[in-house]
Design a protein around this ligand. Structure first.
Ligand code: HEC
Length: 267
């Protein structure tokens, strides 16, 4: 048996697993999550992000209140569910996290390298830009996901995201679609949403950013993407790269019309 079919067989058994026992566990976790979300610790980070948003900071001593998230300077409500979107000032499509970092750099004058020194939360804590993303996301809670596809660059990046989603490579010949391209897949007791369909794609969008219970910090969609590239045994993309914006665009557009639940809870 050559290595490829062996790996494929291994992957197959991973997915099949003890599906019944696992579905009981994930149901339990869902119940737990529903209870927890009523009193979600993510709110602390929303508050911290809001405070950061409104407080002058950085060399330019500016707040983020003039930051344009796509609906005009300072408009936060509803902005998160309408990103990624095209921004004329940079002639680029940006997702929420990328845009927030962009505003910190341009409005507050904080050097890019400094903002992204710690891109993701870890045991050292939740960086400011992640708290801001959490605040921005919370201001779209309960709204319909509606990432625009009107601009040619928005359509182009969606198409690129779709291609990346299906692109197989790496030591296991995995693509995103290997794990997230069909209904009912599971790994290690975790449901893998089918991101090619509206309901599954919504699962991949509606609860992010998420409060990680096992660490006490917030993780964003950007982090989730990096971690899945790692699971796929791909090199991790550069922070805030076009690749990640493209994937987020693919997922978010696929989730159009579904309700965004706001910052959630992850184990
Ligand atoms: C080897 C299998 C595997 C591959 C390949 C993979 N993922 Fe994942 N993905 C997972 C696992 C495991 C989780 C965690 C599920 C959980 O915690 O409930 C996950 C979670 C996610 C989530 C969050 C789902 C949720 O319910 O919140 C998204 C979104 C996602 N992956 C997208 C991707 C994308 C995009 C790619 C391709 C770059 C990818 N994944 C590749 C295994 C994989």
């Amino acid at each position: 048996m050559s290595i490829r079919p062996m790996l494929a067989a291994l992957a197959g058994s991973l997915f099949a697993g003890t599906a019944l026992a696992q579905s009981a566990v994930s149901e339990e976790f869902q119940k737990f999550r529903d209870v927890m979300e009523e009193d979600n610790p993510a709110e602390l980070f929303e508050m911290r992000g809001e405070e950061y948003w409104k407080t002058p900071n950085g060399p330019k001593k500016a707040s983020l209140e003039q930051c344009d998230l796509g609906l005009g300077p300072g408009v936060v409500k509803g902005a998160y569910v309408q990103m990624p979107r095209y921004f004329a000032d940079v002639d680029q499509v940006m997702d929420a996290e990328r845009r927030v970092v962009h505003c910190m750099v341009t409005l507050q004058g904080i050097p890019y390298e400094e903002v992204v020194k710690q891109p993701f939360s870890n045991d050292k804590g939740t960086p400011d830009h992640v708290a801001v993303v959490t605040y921005v996301a919370a201001q779209s809670r309960g709204m319909k996901i509606a990432a625009p596809q009107g601009h040619p660059k928005e359509r182009e990046i969606y198409r690129i995201g779709k291609e990346i989603f299906q692109f197989r490579a790496g030591p296991y010949d995995f693509a995103c679609s290997t794990c997230h391209g069909a209904d009912g897949k599971r790994i290690r007791m975790q449901d893998l949403p089918n991101l090619t369909k509206p309901e599954g794609a919504a699962k991949g969008v509606i609860g992010w950013p998420g409060y990680r219970m096992t660490g006490g910090f917030m993780l964003t969609s950007q982090w989730r993407m990096n971690d899945c590239f790692r699971q796929q045994r791909f090199p991790e993309p550069k922070y805030l790269s076009d690749t990640v914006t493209a994937i987020l665009s693919y997922m978010t557009v696929n989730a159009s019309g579904q309700l965004y639940r706001g910052p959630g809870i992850k184990r």
